[in-house]
Design a protein around this ligand. Structure first.
Ligand SMILES: [Ca+2]
Ligand SMILES: [Ca+2]
Ligand SMILES: [Ca+2]
Ligand SMILES: [Ca+2]
Length: 264
């Protein structure tokens, strides 16, 4: 199943005789799966065209590169609307390069568009472990572009590749990946690194479903005992209230007893 994870951040601006990017058109890669990735995982990236106008787009060409130490190319397909006449009919990988180009199908009744459009779906398989896949717009002559009705590039053009979108702890790693690799804890299972949030009921460690249940009781008590020692999710306090100290110990135990009952 592909979840609507949207990742984009790293941008390249292609600009002819222009000075501002306020009216820039964009080609953006959006990751469709939730990172991190393990060997054998499917990695789907969709290429979108957005922010076009007032000049209508009648086609595009894109020259990509991927990291073969992370990914193996599986398949790619054009979306037949708004561009139903591929210039490069079949999208293949040539080494680490992938080329694609398509335009409007005039005979089929298509005309230029300013609509935000999904252009291509790319499918890869992961061949190593990584957080975010490395797929880029590579240098090429002619370059990646969105074209107008006389074949000229519509500029400025911003190229956006998959990048970190959620980094509350500021380590330049996607927070979901921080949690997955153990850099950050997520003891309340909300996919937000715990160091980025203040827990309203820190002694509510678990519940019948294995997640906090709004009550501090026997399940939390037993959970705390099971985690006794270093580096457990039951470490929620220390001699300084509500400041974890890396040890599940007597401070956590006493604070849990003090909080016994429904969460405020
Ligand atoms: Ca992070
Ligand atoms: Ca959390
Ligand atoms: Ca509980
Ligand atoms: Ca503690």
């Amino acid at each position: 199943m592909h979840l609507p994870f949207r990742a984009l951040a790293i941008s390249i601006v292609l600009c002819g005789a222009c000075t501002a990017t306020a009216d820039a058109v964009r080609l953006r890669m959006l990751l469709q799966d939730v990172p991190p990735f393990q060997v054998g995982d499917e990695v789907v990236i969709k290429l979108f065209m957005t922010d076009v106008g007032p000049i209508e787009a009648v086609g595009f060409q894109a020259f990509l590169a991927f990291d073969s130490s992370e990914l193996v190319f599986v398949a790619a397909s054009y979306v037949p609307v708004p561009f139903g006449l591929p210039v490069i009919p079949i999208i293949v990988a040539n080494g680490e390069d992938i080329d694609m180009a398509s335009g409007i199908d005039i005979a089929g009744g298509q005309s230029g568009t300013i609509s935000n459009s999904h252009l291509v779906t790319l499918v890869f398989d992961a061949v190593s472990e990584f957080c975010l896949p490395t797929v880029t717009f590579r240098d090429h002559d002619p370059p990646t572009r969105i074209s107008d009705d006389v074949g000229m590039p519509i500029l400025p053009l911003i190229l956006e590749v998959v990048g970190v979108t959620s980094d509350c702890n500021g380590n330049d790693v996607e927070d979901i990946c921080d949690i997955a690799d153990g850099t950050s804890r997520d003891c309340n299972f909300n996919t937000v690194p715990d160091e980025c949030e203040t827990l309203s009921c820190p002694a509510d460690l678990t519940g019948l479903a294995g997640v906090p249940d709004g009550e501090v009781g026997i399940l939390d008590f037993l959970f705390l005992l099971s985690k006794w020692g270093p580096d457990g999710c039951a470490d929620f306090t220390s001699p300084i209230p509500n400041v974890p100290d890396g040890i599940v110990g007597i401070n956590d135990f006493l604070a849990l007893l003090a909080a016994w009952g429904p969460c405020p």
